[in-house]
Design a protein. Structure first.
Length: 472
């Protein structure tokens, strides 16, 4: 018997359902303090599982966060530090790309970025587009890894890791998923197509209020069809990303406006997923993870934290995370140790009895001990916060060090590169235990901590410059 087979025999090998919301804020669930939005199904997962209160996405934007979630690696390793745009998704290298340069430039998203950045003399930031068109072929996703362990893998919802209607090589079925039902990108981008596997069901899908219901139907069906073998379901919601839509059943029902209606419909969807697991007798041996890709945009609550989507403040990176697995996670658990979505890759592989790839750096760490309560300290030494390919902040233990940052809200930066001498007291040092709102700069009081964090900052940038891909 090979060592791999032995590992898999000893591993618990639970089913895994990973639910990833789009732009859901840290404070948008009633279990995280919301008084305006009711989320009884998600709250029930927290009551019978573990709730993390210092869990982070690896980026405060959609594409890079999703790359890190699925690969366990910082997205800057492959040039995915910013958003992939509809059709305009990378360097113009083909004849077709070059002939369409004006239509690509005229994309609504690019025009918006150009005007906002140029108006603030941030012209150089306009060029911080992704360096690649999608998730590179050599990367290993959770789905691909679990396929080697005999799991059936499915993906439902928003992909945003390659414009597969234009470049089919980025379709989820070519990156580790046996089944796919969903869309290529956010619903505020043009060419919003609905796909099943590699078949286009609708090239211009417009029934936005039906999306959550359609996704849920497909997710439930996948669970039922997979009940006789281990399975992995990556369920990536389109909402509450704007523009917001909710079905008639939920519209106008929350105290949080249309945004709250969207979140309450997602909560209903979670209930349907759990009910499907119960019907098939799978609840006890299924790990259900509920989280978000980044903090809230214009709508939504960061839960009192500073910043929002697109910023390296806590409100842009810190997200809700709840894990439910009756067979392995004690009920009513709370974990305050820092962790990040890149940690889910090594954790899930360990549960399936798989070793990590040996030819590359996996930035995430196995946090199974934090999930089960058998370990009290995070295995991570530091967490790194990037914005548009630039490292802006580092967290080590209770300390958060911000080298430089736009202090005003995304998407229009106001002061990072345009400020008078002495007007902004960078860098910043925050004690997140006593000041999670990042209100009090302690750099003058703790120069030794600043020096330590700056050394970590410089060493990380040096290592990334020398070997960005982390290949061994």
């Amino acid at each position: 018997m090979s060592s791999t087979e032995s590992l898999q025999q000893k591993a618990p090998r639970p089913n895994i359902v990973l639910i990833n919301c789009d732009d859901l804020g840290y404070g948008d669930l009633s279990s995280y303090g919301s008084a305006a939005i009711r989320t009884p199904h998600v709250d029930k997962l927290a009551e019978s599982g573990v709730k993390f209160d210092s869990f982070y996405a690896c980026n405060s934007l959609c594409t890079p966060s999703r790359f890190g979630l699925l690969t366990g690696r910082y997205p800057e390793r492959v040039g995915l530090g910013s958003l992939l745009l509809a059709k305009h998704i990378g360097p113009r290298t083909t004849a077709e790309d070059k002939s369409n340069w004006w239509s690509r430039f005229n994309d609504q998203y690019l025009r918006w970025w150009f005007v906002s950045y140029l108006s603030k003399l941030h012209f150089w930031d306009f060029w911080t587009l992704p360096e690649v068109r999608g998730i590179p072929e050599e990367e290993i996703t959770i789905g691909q890894a679990l396929q080697t362990a005999g799991y059936r893998t499915g993906m439902v919802g928003k992909w945003h890791l390659g414009e597969f209607p234009v470049y089919p090589e980025y379709n989820p079925v070519r990156h580790g998923f046996d089944y796919f039902y969903g869309v290529p990108h956010a619903n505020n981008m043009r060419d919003f197509a609905l796909y099943r596997n590699e078949e286009c069901l609708s090239p211009d899908f417009t029934e936005m209020d039906q999306l959550t219901g359609l996704y849920t139907r497909e997710a439930v069906q996948f669970i039922h069809e997979s009940r006789n073998k281990p399975f992995f379901l990556y369920f990536a919601h389109t909402y509450p990303h704007t523009p917001l839509y909710a079905s008639e059943r939920f519209k106008g029902k929350s105290l949080g406006g249309l945004y709250g209606d969207c979140v309450e419909e997602i909560d209903w969807s979670v209930g349907e997923v759990i009910r499907a697991l119960e019907e098939d007798g799978l609840v006890d041996n299924t790990l259900v993870i509920f989280t978000s890709d980044n903090g809230p945009s214009y709508c939504g609550s960061p839960g009192g934290l500073r910043g929002r989507k697109g910023q390296s403040y806590e409100g842009g990176f810190r997200v809700p995370m709840i894990a439910h697995w009756p067979k392995g996670i004690p009920a009513r658990s709370v974990c305050s140790e820092p962790a990040m979505n890149i940690d889910l890759f090594p954790t899930i592989l360990a549960l399936a009895g798989l070793e990590l790839p040996k030819d590359r750096v996996i930035d995430g760490k196995n946090i199974l001990g934090l999930l089960t309560g058998t370990e009290k300290r995070s295995p991570l030494d530091c967490l790194f916060f990037y914005h548009n390919k630039e490292l802006e902040a580092v967290r080590m233990g209770k300390w958060k060090y911000i080298r430089d940052i736009d202090t005003m809200a995304w998407p229009i930066p106001l002061d990072k590169y345009w400020k008078s001498e002495g007007s902004i007291t960078a860098p910043w040092l925050y004690n997140l235990e006593t000041d999670p709102e990042e209100s009090y700069n302690l750099r003058l009081e703790h120069p030794e901590i600043v020096a330590t964090m700056e050394a970590i900052f410089q060493q990380w940038n040096k290592d990334m410059k020398e070997n960005p891909g982390g290949w061994k």
